[in-house]
Write a protein that binds this ligand. Structure first.
Ligand code: AMP
Length: 185
């Protein structure tokens, strides 16, 4: 299984900017725009993900709005796979199915088009799920429930950054393989 060595992880990590107290006090926001606007670093990351996933068996890559779209879209192009967006409520124009999840204060929701996956083959479609970061895991868990609802199989959930200290990955890992390029303990 293709993973990065420590030096390669340090290289990717050095391109991600920590923004303190954004969007609210106490949060260290992992800003990946400084990685995306560095063509060598962005290409290195996508090439790594391409090498990792080229031997996996799946047809679709689904990205979570909005930074997940950037990685998922680029990877879908290099791997010649189809791309499916998972979006925030009321953004998708056609009929959707949705899944709610809890935030620190209140509830959020994600949606997917009801016909997003081609179901013409005999087995359920296989999907790789991508987001930029897993924190509490609420978003990713809701995305995996959404994929289950629509009867597709999630072959792996892939994140650029895993905030391990929040343990958001623990429950997901019981049912779905997880790969994180960088883990922050
Ligand atoms: P969670 O549902 O708590 O796992 O949060 C994951 C989602 O929130 C992802 O889509 C991330 O893009 C975003 N997110 C949460 N925490 C951060 C953070 N510290 N830096 C950047 N993005 C974050």
């Amino acid at each position: 299984m293709v993973v990065l060595n420590e030096k390669e992880k340090e290289y990717i990590s050095s391109k991600i900017r920590d923004v303190h107290d954004f969007p609210k006090p106490g949060i260290i926001f992992k800003d990946i725009t400084t990685l995306l606007n560095d063509k060598e670093a962005f290409n290195f990351l996508i090439e790594h993900l391409t090498q990792r996933y080229k031997s996996f068996d799946f047809e679709f890559i689904t990205g979570i709005e909005s930074r997940g779209f950037i990685l998922a879209g680029a990877l879908a192009a290099t791997l010649n796979k189809a791309f499916v967006p998972i979006r925030k409520p009321k953004k998708l124009p056609y009929t959707t199915i949705s899944e709610k999840y809890s935030l620190e204060y209140g509830i959020d929701e994600i949606e997917i088009h009801i016909d997003a996956f081609d179901k013409s083959s005999q087995r359920p479609p296989k999907v790789l799920l991508i987001d930029d970061l897993i924190a509490t895991g609420g978003t990713a868990k809701a995305a995996i429930r959404l994929l289950k609802k629509i009867h597709v199989e999630c072959v792996e959930a892939c994140f650029l950054i895993n905030l391990k200290f929040l343990k958001g990955d623990v429950e997901i890992a019981q049912s779905t393989p997880i790969y994180s390029v960088l883990e922050i303990f």
